[in-house]
Design a protein. Sequence first.
Length: 328
Amino acid sequence: MTSESYIRFLPEPWRSAAAGVEATSSWWRWPASETRPSGPVDVHILRASRPAAPLRVLLLHGGGGHSELVWPLGAVLAGEGYDVLAPDLPQYGRTRVADPGRVRYRDWVDLVGDLIAAETEDDPRPIVVFGASLGGMLGYEVAARGARVAAVVATCFLDLAGDPAARRAAARPPALARLLPLMSSAARVGVLGRLRFPIRWVAPMSKISLNPELAQACIDDARGAGAVVSLGFLADLMTHEVPVPENYRGPRVVLVHPAADTWTSPEVSVRFARRIAARADIHLLTGCGHFPVEQPGVDELARHLRALGEDLLAESGSAQPDSAERAQ
């Protein structure tokens, strides 16, 4: 499955516009560290480079995703005038890890923070983190940790350690939501933690889309929902405590949860977003499932992204992208 494979599920006119967005592959070496046993990581990054764009977006996929799977959202972002980059997080996509069985969720958090630091070191343009599904909470956490981001956009907020409803939504069967935290200590280390199995065994991937054809395409994708993950990663994910929203001092947050999501209830995300101490705008995308590709929700998403961009540029005093830039 390629980015074009998933773009075909966008509604018109977004599908035709997305077909004109050039997506290029690049690589970034995340070096090894003494505290990370999985070793160095060669991170694959899909980009829609727009040097003249005043704003950038770091697009983060969730569990069972990768950069090409979420590229329909990347194409919508590029169509709104953003410079876009979307990494494949370890165990998914084309990213190469020396020892995948030792990857933990905290590696995702550290990697995204370091990637933002690397991307903003020589580029002063404001960068927005857009997290899809599990990527929403990932973006929130790196912002809460102090990463140089201008805003966080999320389709979903899943507080797996703190919210039983979020755990029940994320895991299949429901008993697994209770079992993983109990076995977390043993699963994080040793042979047990390195056991790997298909993510579809533990997550209801059939609910990733309201479109059965799109859902099956994701499940059949060996680099996405058809990939294997380590038990240690899942145990770490289910017990990872996110920064307390009442103490959040990061940038503005925008929740754009699909209103017809049958996998993760909008109420779960809204409940978390309302606790965030900073400005948190809450929107529900009409008619959209967990993977938001339905109308009128896609049009609504584009409007929210456009409004956010205008606000950020007004705050920074930068020029706004004109219609020619949006059409590139």
